[in-house]
Design a protein around this ligand. Structure first.
Ligand SMILES: NC(=O)c1ccc[n+]([C@@H]2O[C@H](COP(=O)([O-])OP(=O)(O)OC[C@H]3O[C@@H](n4cnc5c(N)ncnc54)[C@H](OP(=O)(O)O)[C@@H]3O)[C@@H](O)[C@H]2O)c1
Length: 268
C-alpha cells in the first residue's frame, strides 16, 4: 500500500514537471491602434494570458505605453502600422509571412478630430458644416483600413488554430434604430459601412473556416475622452474582459454576427 502511494506520488511529480516543460499554447493576437484606450487594454489582457501580442500603432516612435507593456511581457512585439498606409501594412505582413495569427483584431478608428464636447472643433461632422475632406479620412481609416488589413494578413489567420477576425465597430453604426442625436455624421456612417464590409468578408472567408465578428464594445471610458464622463460608461478592464470572454466562446457558427460585449446580438 505504502509502495503504491509512493509510486503514485512519483508519477504525479513527473507529470507536473512535464506540464511545466511543455510550452504554453502559443496563441497570437494582432491588435491595431493598441497604444491607448480599448486597443491597449486588449493588448494587456492577452499579454497577461501569455499570448504573443503584435501591438501595432501609428506613431513615429514606439509609444511609452507599449514599451512599458513589452517590458512587463517579453512576448509583446511593438510594430508601426498606420491602417491608412498600405506600405506599412504590406511591410508588416511581409515581416510576419508564415506566422499564424489566431485573432486579427481591427480596433483602430478615427472617431473625431477635436475633444469630445468641442462642438466647434467637431463641426466638420455636423449637418450644415460637414467637411467632405474629413469624410474621406473616416472612410479610409475605419472601412478601408480593416479591409486592407484583412487582405494582407488572411494567410496568417488561415494558418492559425483559432482563425478569428474580430473588428471593433460601434453602436453608432446602427441604422435600424433612430439615433438620440444627429452628431458624428462621418463616424456613424463609416461604422455602418464597416459592418457592411465585414458581412461581405464573412461570406468570402466562410470556406476558409475563418470566423468574422463585429463588436459594439459598450460605452468605455477612455483616455481620449479627457474630462468628459458619460453616465454608465465602463472601465477598460470591465468592457474588454467581457469581450475576451465572448471571443473565447466563438465558433464558425457565429461568423457574421454583430455582437454586444457580452455576446448578445446588436441591432444592425
Ligand atoms: N470608447 C467607446 O466607448 C467606444 C464605443 C464604441 C466603439 N468604440 C470603438 O472602439 C475602438 C477603439 O476606440 P477607443 O475608444 O479606444 O478610442 P481611442 O482611445 O481614441 O483609441 C483609438 C486608437 O486608434 C488609433 N488610430 C487612429 N487612427 C489610426 C490609424 N490611421 N492607424 C493606426 N491607428 C490609428 C489611435 O492612435 P493614436 O493614439 O495615434 O491617435 C488610438 O490608438 C474604435 O474602433 C471605436 O470606434 C469605442
Amino acid at each position: 500500500m505504502k509502495n503504491h502511494l509512493l509510486k503514485t506520488c512519483v508519477l504525479l511529480s513527473l507529470l507536473l514537471a512535464l506540464l511545466q516543460l511543455t510550452p504554453a499554447l502559443a496563441e497570437t493576437v494582432l491588435v491595431t491602434g493598441s497604444n491607448q484606450g480599448i486597443g491597449l487594454e486588449f493588448a494587456k489582457q492577452y499579454a497577461a494570458r501569455g499570448w504573443t501580442v503584435i501591438a501595432t500603432h501609428r506613431r513615429d516612435t514606439p509609444p511609452e505605453t507599449l514599451a512599458a507593456l513589452q517590458q512587463q511581457y517579453p512576448k509583446v512585439r511593438v510594430e508601426q502600422m498606420d491602417v491608412t498606409k498600405h506600405d506599412q501594412i504590406e511591410a508588416l505582413a511581409a515581416k510576419m509571412k508564415g506566422e499564424p495569427i489566431d485573432i486579427l483584431l481591427n480596433n483602430a478608428a478615427l472617431i473625431r478630430f477635436a475633444p469630445f464636447r468641442d462642438r466647434e472643433g467637431n463641426a466638420g461632422q455636423m449637418f450644415g458644416t460637414l467637411n467632405y475632406d474629413h469624410f474621406d479620412q473616416f472612410m479610409h481609416t475605419n472601412v478601408a483600413g480593416p479591409l486592407k488589413i484583412a487582405e494582407a494578413f488572411v494567410e496568417n489567420v488561415k494558418a492559425s488554430k483559432l482563425k478569428l477576425m474580430v473588428t471593433i465597430s460601434s453602436g453608432a453604426g446602427i441604422v435600424s434604430v433612430l439615433p438620440r442625436s444627429a452628431d458624428h455624421y462621418w463616424y456613424r456612417t463609416s461604422k455602418a459601412a464597416l459592418n457592411s464590409a465585414m458581412r461581405l468578408l464573412t461570406v468570402d472567408l466562410a470556406d476558409e473556416g475563418i470566423t468574422v465578428v463585429m463588436f459594439h464594445p459598450g460605452g468605455v471610458q477612455v483616455e481620449s475622452w479627457g474630462e468628459t464622463k458619460l453616465p454608465g460608461a465602463m472601465t477598460h478592464e470591465e468592457a474588454i474582459g467581457k469581450m475576451t470572454k465572448t471571443i473565447d466562446g466563438l465558433t464558425i457558427k457565429d461568423s457574421g454576427r454583430f455582437l454586444n460585449n457580452d455576446g448578445t446580438d446588436m441591432p444592425w
